[in-house]
Write a protein that binds this ligand. Sequence first.
Ligand SMILES: C[S@@+](CC[C@H](N)C(=O)[O-])C[C@H]1O[C@@H](n2cnc3c(N)ncnc32)[C@H](O)[C@@H]1O
Length: 247
Amino acid sequence: MVAEYRADDWHSYHMDYRRPHDALEPLEKEMQVVNEALNVLRETGIIPHREYDHQRFLAFRRAVAEEFEIPWTAITPRMQRLLYAINAIVQPKVMIAAGVFCGNTFISNAGAAVGAGACYTAEDLVGVEIKPEEAERAERNVRRLDPSGVARIVAADAVDVVARYHGPIDLLYLDADGDGRRGKGIYLDIVEAALDKLHPGSVLLAHNSVNCAEMLRHDLDFVRDGSHCRASVNVILDGEGLEVSLI
Ligand SMILES: C[S@@+](CC[C@H](N)C(=O)[O-])C[C@H]1O[C@@H](n2cnc3c(N)ncnc32)[C@H](O)[C@@H]1O
């Protein structure tokens, strides 16, 4: 099943990439939009329910604002809440995030299992970043929130990391922008390298399903093909978008 959620104001909802902690709207509105998106994910069978702990989410958000060094990010407050909620609901034991830059995009997923917003116990949460200096900063950021090491950053090519991963992957988050030629077209390479670790019930999240839709078309064609994924929803709550798919 292929579906779409579109917030009525997605086009006018903008953030300043260099001021990620600014409030863009009343909290009630943010919660309403994310709840509507979660409803569509529930109706399509991608998530079993839409309940998550709002207070823990706010504790997580505060911790990131206080502890993380973020030069810029395209993760809007709506997207941060959506990623946290999906992880809090799906509760992946193993989550791999590909292309994490300073780590904000990674912790938006992993923050459901580690630090102030933790609501379940995970086994291995891996953020992969190909630029060593960015990976170092992301690792510093993540360590401040998670001294346990369950959430960790690896400086490597995400295609290699998922290909060599030793066990099942429950949630795969895609945000790598590849090299100059492929750009975000690398998403499908990462999915294909991970295929033998994905299982029925694995969730794929692809950031930029709206503003990079053309570059992502091979990946979007793949996840919207019913022979690969049982359901896929394009969640358009901001100008970036998130494709959420269930294997
Ligand atoms: C555009 S950034 C993601 C930023 C994120 N959307 C945010 O708003 O915070 C993409 C990152 O992917 C990294 N990257 C590109 N190709 C990669 C690959 N093959 N494996 C891992 N990381 C990769 C880049 O170095 C870059 O830091």
